[in-house]
Design a protein around this ligand. Structure first.
Ligand code: FAD
Length: 293
């Protein structure tokens, strides 16, 4: 099912993100964990694409496996920064062959070497160019990334949403946001997005932080603002694995409930391939979703 159709339905929904293994040796265990996550019946499961594209086979393998074993709709990610038109065309063919109709079109992060290079003759400098190409195939539902706290390369909030608008006009059917830990940042972003005339659904991305080490990684990845309320929870429970997992699930669940209460219908959860975390979140909102816990 196309995610654009799913997002039009009534009610509240939760979707999950998983990631593929980096090596062949991890494939079986990741297949198992991601299947367990999909069996919780989220509205869809997205499967990320390894930076640099080296693990694209695993992205398709995991997405196809989820779709075939559980029937849950899947969204396969693709990045374009280190790619070229021929590789992208081949990936689209493989997506279609696997019966996957939803694709998340991303640029990917620049490596430090890339940042110094002349990129004017690259096939893809920005994600909107990939979106245009995917759109031209005519039958894919396309997602794009957005950043409530502004993408780190953008000079300003205004410039960031202007580029986002260009990406949506190129053909995005919906947007999914980078993680954030303070919902007010998302609400004010949504205001900027609607104000500039972007009218596609914007799905907030929530990352349950369930161990203290994740805090630094999340900060590095997203540059997110960490509210004091959240940091004191990490200070207090960070050295107790079980307590930190419970506190992280509850913090994320409260964010999700607040988003639903403010009219957001679909929330995307970064599960880090942890079925217990996905289940914990789902349980805490099961009555809202109308699902048995
Ligand atoms: P773009 O939309 O191209 O934006 C990148 C920067 O360029 C922004 O600062 C933007 O303002 C600017 N820009 C855009 N258009 C123009 C223009 N015309 N002129 C000048 N500047 C412009 N990474 C992975 O490697 N694999 C994944 O699976 C993955 N999944 C993700 C999922 C989500 C929901 C999110 C939020 C991010 C994900 N990422 C993933 C990370 C993403 O690849 C990086 O954040 C990357 O740096 C930007 O990708 P983008 O698609 O947002 O790029």
């Amino acid at each position: 099912m196309k995610i654009s159709e799913l997002l039009k339905q009534d009610g509240y929904r939760l979707s999950f993100e998983v990631f593929p293994p980096k090596r062949d040796s991890g494939l079986e265990s990741v297949r198992y964990a991601t299947e367990e996550i999909a069996k919780l019946r989220p509205s869809f499961v997205s499967v990320t694409y390894g930076a640099g594209g080296g693990t694209s086979d695993f992205t398709l393998d995991i997405a196809k496996n989820i779709k075939e074993k559980t029937g849950v709709p899947v969204l396969a990610h693709i990045t374009c920064v280190s790619s070229n038109r021929a590789k992208v065309a081949a990936y689209i063919e493989r997506l279609k062959y696997a019966g996957i109709e939803n694709v998340m079109a991303l640029r990917g992060d620049l490596t430090p070497e890339m940042e110094g290079q002349d990129r004017s003759n690259w096939d893809y400098r920005y994600a909107y160019q990939l979106v245009e190409e995917l759109k031209a195939t005519g039958d894919l539902c396309i997602g794009g990334a957005c950043y409530p706290e502004v993408h780190p390369e953008s000079a300003s909030r205004v410039e960031d949403v202007r580029h986002l608008k260009q990406k949506v006009e190129a053909g995005c059917d919906f947007l999914t946001s980078q993680m954030f830990f303070d919902n007010d940042l998302f609400y004010s972003f949504l205001y900027r997005v609607r104000d500039i005339g972007i009218d596609v659904p914007v799905i907030p991305g929530i990352m349950p932080i369930t161990n203290a080490n994740q805090v630094e990684k999340a900060l590095k990845l997203s540059g997110s603002h960490m509210p004091i309320r959240f940091l004191s929870l990490v200070d207090r429970f960070g050295s107790n694995a079980a307590a930190m997992e419970q506190a992280g699930i509850i913090y994320a669940s409260e964010q999700i409930i607040d988003l639903y209460a403010n009219g957001i219908r679909n929330v995307h959860v970064y599960t880090m391939n942890k079925p217990a975390v996905a289940e914990g979140i789902l349980r805490s909102v099961s009555a809202i979703l109308g699902q048995a816990a």
